[in-house]
Design a protein around this ligand. Structure first.
Ligand code: FAD
Length: 444
């Protein structure tokens, strides 16, 4: 229960940003309350995002998926108890910079007071004009995780990482997948060379792409769904038929019913809460972290925000470098990257070198018959400092962390190359790519 006792920190939202901030705040000795409307902790990530979407890769039984999410959610509740975080289940609304009114899930209303209030309300699915999500035939990622049967034809609107991950899950289960994307490329933030190989790989797996294509209408009145498409540059319309359409055109910050207007918290034009480097909004005492503020909309970034934010509150120093947040696309193979793409390096105008190494020449990858993909390292020409690393491989999401560490310590490519790597491992490909930036790799 919350009562009228004041907390040091009150957190609205129990996603990866909010729950991690709550545990860390309690560990730092702050009296902490976390408010969550879902009745389950872990947020988008654990309930309808990162975890179930990966679970689907190996668990196709919905029951098991739900059980896994429930177990993880209970695990966080256990951590709250262990760390003495006060957990309030209900919808929070700011009524002053130090008070949150909560409509609790058991139908009561209570006021929670805090010296510091952290908004960690995350994000929600963005729909498209003229497309109404019914979570049956026209689904968001949430509905796509709960389809009762495998659709014969699935059309994915939007070639971002969520659309591609979900598309490839259903593709592996037997659906025919067509991805419709307005932009000329899939995952626009990806290094172009890697992206081209990635797209080819997905095409080989049977995924079809319609790029530079606009969805102008969706009709679900008949048996299936009929999409009306038009070239992005304008031109003749065509019809594409589907059994199910997945709308994955991005996510929007979620602040509805939060009372931001009431206390005057500033947002940008797409609704993200503006904060300074200490995560403080324009209203002193009110902070924001995670998907609801600008920056990469990723769970691990939200967690880092949460830790840094409460460290500041506790009088310590925290820091999150958004340029060094790794990004992973969890398809088969995976694509992982950190730092700059080659296009971004060119734009910076620095002279650079590229070191590449294909998994075709890596003995472990050959031994496990997973030799598709490569490592690409971009390093500054003069200093050999690593600027960006991009990996396509079955376990790229794990391999990337050596590069994340290197980048955070301002390492040179040679620093990676001169470190002894165990044989036979896929990590050796990173070492060889590092050698290739300033010298020659051995095995190719
Ligand atoms: P959220 O996780 O959205 O949590 C916010 C919480 O606040 C929610 O539980 C909500 O119920 C609660 N809330 C909101 N308003 C109120 C209120 N007024 N009162 C009380 N409670 C409130 N990221 C990755 O890093 N890796 C991935 O592999 C990945 N895969 C994804 C796959 C999918 C399909 C989706 C949709 C997202 C994925 N993401 C992934 C993104 C990731 O889920 C988010 O970046 C992350 O959850 C953001 O954390 P957050 O704490 O800021 O917000």
């Amino acid at each position: 229960s919350s009562g009228s006792e004041e907390s040091d920190v009150v957190i609205i939202g129990g996603g990866p940003g909010g729950y991690v901030a709550a545990i860390k705040a309690a560990q730092l000795g702050l009296k902490t309350t976390c408010i969550e409307k879902r009745g389950a902790l872990g947020g988008t990530c654990l309930n309808v995002g990162c975890i179930p979407s990966k679970g689907d890769l190996w668990i196709s039984l919905q029951g098991e998926l739900n059980m896994m999410a429930t177990n993880l959610t209970r695990g966080i509740e256990g951590l709250f108890k262990k760390n003495k975080v006060n957990y309030v289940k209900g919808y929070g609304k700011l009524i002053s910079p130090s008070e949150v009114s909560v409509d609790t899930l058991d139908g009561e209303n209570t006021i929670v007071k805090g010296k510091h209030i952290i908004i960690a309300t995350g994000s929600d699915v963005k729909s498209l004009p003229g497309v109404t999500i019914d979570e049956k035939k026209i689904v968001s990622s949430t509905g796509a995780l709960a389809l009762p049967e495998i659709p014969k034809k699935l059309v994915v609107i939007g070639a971002g990482y969520i659309g591609l991950e979900m598309g490839s899950v259903w593709g592996r289960l037997g659906s025919e997948i067509t991805v419709v994307e307005f932009a000329p490329d899939i995952v626009p933030s990806m290094d172009a060379e890697i992206r081209k190989q990635f797209q080819r790989t997905l095409e080989k797996q049977g995924m079809k792409f319609m790029l530079k294509t606009k969805v102008v209408g969706v009709d679900s009145s008949g048996d299936g769904v009929k999409l009306t498409l038009e070239p992005a540059a304008g031109g003749d319309q065509t019809i594409l038929e589907a059994d199910v359409v997945l709308v994955s055109a991005g996510r929007s910050p979620f602040t509805s019913g939060l009372g931001l207007d009431k206390i005057g918290v500033e947002t940008d034009k797409i609704g993200r809460i503006l904060v300074n480097e200490r995560f403080v909004t324009n209203v002193p005492g009110v902070y924001a972290i995670g998907d609801v503020i600008p920056g990469p909309m990723l769970a691990h970034k939200a967690e880092e925000d949460g830790v840094a934010c409460v460290e500041f509150i506790a009088g310590k120093v925290g820091h999150v470098d958004y340029d060094k947040v790794p990004g992973v696309v969890y398809t088969h193979p995976e694509v992982a990257s950190v730092g700059k793409t080659e296009e971004q390096v060119k734009e910076l105008g620095v002279e650079y070198r590229v070191g590449k190494f294909p998994f075709m020449a890596n003995s472990r990858a050959k031994a496990i018959d997973s030799a598709e993909g490569l490592v690409k390292i971009l390093a500054e020409k003069e200093t050999d400092k690593i600027l960006g690393v991009h990996i396509m491989a079955p376990n790229a999401g794990e391999l990337i962390h050596e590069a994340v560490l290197a980048l955070n310590y301002d390492a040179a490519s040679e620093d990676i190359a001169r470190v002894c790597h165990a044989h036979p491992t896929m990590s050796e490909a990173l070492k060889e790519a590092a050698m290739a930036t300033y010298d020659k790799p051995i095995h190719i």
